[in-house]
Design a protein around this ligand. Structure first.
Ligand SMILES: [Zn+2]
Length: 73
């Protein structure tokens, strides 16, 4: 285990992706949620809050840079 390892929110494996979603539950108020996921759990995730879509709605998946930096592909 490395200090830069993040734990998957779904299964406690090492996470390699960050999921980020920003939506609005109240007009003018942004709500954000960001959480780490492993390669397996990322397959079943998607936008959860499209009901709150607004002008600045955002759903994105980033890689955990450290996870790829330590891996030789
Ligand atoms: Zn997982």
């Amino acid at each position: 285990m490395s200090e830069t390892t993040f734990t998957c929110e779904g299964c406690d494996d090492d996470a390699v992706f960050w999921v980020y979603e920003r939506w609005s539950e109240e007009a003018g108020m942004a709500t954000e949620h960001e959480y780490p996921l492993c390669e397996e759990c990322i397959d079943s995730v998607g936008p959860q809050n499209l009901d709150g879509a607004y002008a600045n709605y955002l759903f994105k998946i980033d890689t955990v840079a450290e996870a790829f930096g330590m891996t030789t592909l």
